[in-house]
Design a protein around this ligand. Structure first.
Ligand SMILES: *Cc1c(COP(=O)(O)O)cnc(C)c1O
Length: 438
């Protein structure tokens, strides 16, 4: 069943613009997540509260399965986008693999699945010996190596444990992708990957190591990339490299195309199915029939639009010419606006019959001027006690949450088949203070 989405544009509170991309819709005048009313969840579990539609996460997963059906491939969900165990389990059960960037993320994967380790790729520029050891023992599919120094350490650890490390070099293709500078990674000046121009030399060196097995080439050009063209351009360069490496006598069997496929955070129309179709076509075209196993590392695309951060309005106030709406959620719960100037739609959970709107800054209680969710935003007039939903908060929301201002990390709820389950309880003050020594 397709979740129906009627996200309400802040400018026209009572006309429902169809946006198939979100599982949030008004039932009567009350906003629901895949059919479950958010107001009831806020009452039961308190606010701020993250609520995710598991149904939508699986729908997104299925879009990839459908579009890449004709291609030998594995989807390795990027754990850092949302690393909640219940979400990882949901994905593991559908045969999904994982892209991890730390030993901690590997521990998460190991806790939700007995066999997912063999579908794990390990990315990141700063892997440490203990993390490599953990991954070698778990028998992960492949290390995406990002420097020659890392290669050296991995060869050492693999020899010590007598476990072959399957490796890909993460190459930096020097392809520009339009996105926020903090989440662009595919240019030579970025810290990520190995310059594609010296990759052959590094592969030759890796091939000499007894405990390293070069099996793949990997690339990841950034995040929240809306156009599919840069993905094709980067992959085409990788494909050329694979052909050269094969000529050099290496048995390259995997191409890891990375993640980064973006979503629509605003009110524009967005058709996720069409987007995945376009993305798959761009990759297939770049592959040009090359016989390899394709790895895909979507993160945001699977979880962002499935999630909302529910928050209660604490106060409203006027300072000079500005109106402020102060919510119980803050930048420690969702840092994207402060960190990337990211836009999130903010809608009331209960639609009012009045068409009255206000223009306000929506801010949290944290003592930073950067603690805002929106500035000069027009939204339906809200008052103290009202619930608002920050949309598209499922990715890089809870996974970047902190305890700044000694605020507890919030609870999370997952909705599946019309039922809501709390998948994480709110952190207590005792838990926050537990590691400290007086
Ligand atoms: C963050 C990351 C991803 C996922 O990016 P999204 O934009 O969430 O799809 C995939 N691969 C690597 C190596 C990453 O660092």
């Amino acid at each position: 069943m397709k979740a129906k989405v009627n996200a309400v544009s802040p400018k026209s509170t009572n006309t429902q613009s169809t946006n198939q991309a979100r599982p949030f819709a008004y039932q009567g005048r009350s906003l629901a997540c895949s059919g479950v009313a958010l107001e009831g969840l806020a009452q039961k579990f308190g606010t701020p509260l993250y609520v995710y539609s598991g149904d939508q996460i699986l729908e997104r997963r299925n879009l990839f399965a459908r579009e890449f059906a004709g291609v030998d491939h594995t989807v390795c969900y990027a754990v850092k986008a949302n690393s909640s165990l219940a979400i990882l389990k949901l994905l593991a059960q559908s045969g999904t693999g994982f892209d991890i960037v730390s030993g901690g993320e590997l521990e998460r994967v190991l806790r939700v699945s007995n066999d997912a380790a063999k579908r794990v790729v390990f990315s990141g520029v700063g892997k440490q010996a203990a993390e490599m050891d953990l991954a070698l023992k778990a028998g992960i599919l492949m290390f995406n190596v990002e420097s020659e120094a890392e290669l050296e350490l991995l060869a050492e650890r693999a020899a010590k444990l007598k476990k072959k490390a399957r490796i890909a070099l993460r190459v930096n293709p020097d392809v520009f992708a339009e996105t926020h500078p903090y989440i662009s990674t595919g240019l030579r000046e970025h810290k990520f990957g190995i310059d594609i121009r010296i990759a052959r030399k590094v592969y030759r060196r890796a091939a000499k190591e007894q405990w390293l097995e070069p099996v793949g080439v990997s690339v990841h050009i950034g995040s929240q990339i809306r156009s599919t063209e840069p993905f094709g351009a980067a992959l085409a360069r990788v494909v050329d490299l694979v052909k050269q490496l094969r000529k050099d006598g290496l048995n390259i069997r995997y191409v890891d195309a990375g993640g980064g496929l973006g979503i629509e955070y605003g009110t524009g129309n967005f058709d996720p199915a069409a987007k995945v179709h376009e993305y798959a076509n761009a990759l297939k075209k770049a592959m040009g029939g090359l016989d390899v196993h394709l790895l895909l590392e979507p993160g945001r695309f699977f979880v962002a639009q499935a999630g909302t951060l529910l928050s209660r309005v604490l106060y409203t106030k006027v300072n000079g010419t500005k109106t402020f709406v102060i919510t119980d959620a803050a930048m420690n719960d969702l840092i994207r606006p402060a960190l990337y100037q990211a836009h999130h739609e903010i809608v009331p959970v209960k639609q009012s019959s009045s068409k009255k709107t206000i223009v306000a800054d929506i801010v949290g209680p944290v003592c930073e001027s950067g603690d805002f969710f929106a500035r000069d935003r027009e939204l339906p007039a809200v008052k103290s006690g009202d619930l608002v939903a920050l949309l598209d908060a499922g990715a890089y929301g809870m996974s970047l949450a902190s305890n700044y201002n000694t605020r507890s990390r919030v609870a999370e709820v997952l909705v599946r088949n019309g039922k809501a389950k709390r998948i994480r309880r709110r952190e207590t003050v005792d838990e926050m203070l537990a590691q400290e020594v007086l």
